[in-house]
Write a protein that binds this ligand. Structure first.
Ligand SMILES: Nc1ncnc2c1ncn2[C@@H]1O[C@H](COP(=O)(O)OP(=O)(O)OP(=O)(O)O)[C@@H](O)[C@H]1O
Ligand SMILES: [Mg+2]
Length: 412
């Protein structure tokens, strides 16, 4: 009896009973791609953004999040109609100052300051813009919750309600997420599951290169990068990042070219290593754009497996242009840059990639062909690659290596 009652209760609580169908019998929705106004960014996003897509743009303070989104809003409004840019961080006068500096002309880009979710939702349903930008999600709060703005509960609630509304209205939504110095998306880490797309805006604040990394995308492949240059008048796309990063290169010892990609579009980056006799008893290890622990591991493997000793040397590794490289495929490039510096012997115009295992084995990596093609496009005629991801190329000497020792022998 008790069980029956319970059953009845649960059935009554169910809203609408839906019928599952075989997966392939469902209609495919055709997705209209809308341009952000930046060609490279559109490509990285799989051809543009789509209606109802929720995109989180996360980045450190001052990196240029508001600048990028104001520029996107401007271009978007000129093509598709009204855009609503809501700021909880800055006053309308501050936004206007930035808009003038960026040369924004559109009269279909509307801004206002708001931090209350319910008030914002009312405006949203009334105005029904073609794009909504919320800068930032941490400044919003819902009157239904008692916790303070920026708390996990608030951030989650506000993002959930906004994305639900935008999906219903078919409006693409950009949410700005602040990231702290340690690189964690404060609060919005919980958002990464909730949104369709996660973009990381990276770069050195004192350097003018910026990169937008597509970390997750439900409407296209992840891992792609879009490069920008920051100036007084805003962000400008760098259409040929490889050429841009290589323009000041001098082929000296310690310099190796690494075709970096986590998606399908590689970019050639210069990895530099400098090793000098240590002055202090504990030699220094410093990196810029590369993980320090990963460098320690590479140095250990070099010593044990290839007899390249750096224990009495300071080692500095730098990825030129302020780009941060996290993919393991950079291991071999870093290792050979160190070897080249230790031996004081330039490696010449070679591109190098491969992951290093603890026994010195060179492991295969993704996108081998794309990486080689990008090298070829910029005149590189030689490559050192993992045997497991060997691809034969016309006009390029591709040298497959199985172990770090073999790779070292190729360059010295
Ligand atoms: N004349 C200028 N005045 C202000 N900022 C400028 C100027 N020229 C270039 N910039 C760049 O704009 C950046 C600020 O950009 P923006 O305000 O969009 O960053 P943000 O990521 O939104 O920062 P926040 O986290 O504070 O909101 C500065 O760090 C600087 O690099
Ligand atoms: Mg901002």
């Amino acid at each position: 009896m008790v069980e029956e009652k319970h059953l009845q209760k649960t059935h009554a609580a169910k809203p609408v009973v839906k019928t599952p169908k075989p997966v392939l019998s469902w209609e495919e929705e055709s997705l209209e791609r809308l341009s952000t106004g930046f060609t490279g960014l559109d490509q990285s996003l799989g051809g543009g953004i789509v209606k109802g897509q929720v995109i989180l743009l996360a980045g450190e303070p001052g990196i240029g999040k508001s600048t990028l989104l104001l520029q996107i809003s401007n271009k978007f409004s000129e093509v598709y109609g009204n855009v609503l840019y809501v700021s909880g961080e800055e006053s309308t006068s501050q936004i206007a100052i930035r808009a003038r500096r960026l040369g924004i002309q559109s009269n279909r880009l509307f801004t206002f300051s708001e931090t209350n979710l319910e008030a914002l939702m009312d405006t949203l349903y009334e105005e029904r813009p073609n794009l909504l930008v919320v800068d930032s999600i941490q400044t919003l709060y819902s009157s239904n919750l008692e916790s303070s703005p920026g708390s996990v509960a608030q951030v989650r609630e506000c993002a959930f309600k906004l994305s639900e509304a935008c999906k219903e209205l078919g409006i693409p939504l950009f949410l700005v997420g602040q990231v702290n110095k340690e690189g964690a998306v404060a609060g919005p880490k919980v958002l990464e599951h909730l949104v369709d797309t996660v973009l990381y805006f990276e770069g050195e604040r004192f350097n003018f290169y910026r990169v937008v990394k597509v970390v997750k995308n439900r409407f296209g492949a992840g891992g792609n990068l879009a490069f920008f240059k920051m100036s007084d008048s805003g962000l400008e796309e760098v259409p040929e990042p490889s050429a841009f990063f290589l323009q000041e290169r001098v082929s000296s010892s310690g310099s190796v070219i690494f075709p970096h990609t986590e998606g399908s579009k590689p970019v050639l980056l210069e990895v530099q290593a400098l090793t000098i006799q240590a002055i202090y008893t504990t030699p220094q290890r410093r990196t810029h754009g590369f993980d320090l622990n990963r460098l320690s591991l590479i140095l250990a493997v070099l010593e044990k497996e290839a007899k390249i000793f750096t224990r009495d040397r300071d080692v500095f590794v730098n990825v030129v242009g302020g780009v941060r490289v996290d993919e393991p495929a950079a291991d071999l490039a870093v290792a050979l840059a160190v070897v080249s510096s230790v031996k004081d012997k330039p490696v010449g115009d070679i591109i190098v990639y491969g992951e290093l295992g603890l026994s010195g084995e060179v492991r295969s990596v993704h996108f081998a062909q794309e990486r080689l093609k990008e090298g070829l496009r910029f005149g590189f005629k030689k490559a050192v690659v993992p045997r497991g991801s060997y691809v034969q190329m016309d006009e390029m000497e591709v040298l497959p290596v199985k172990h770090i020792k073999e790779a070292v022998e190729v360059i010295i």
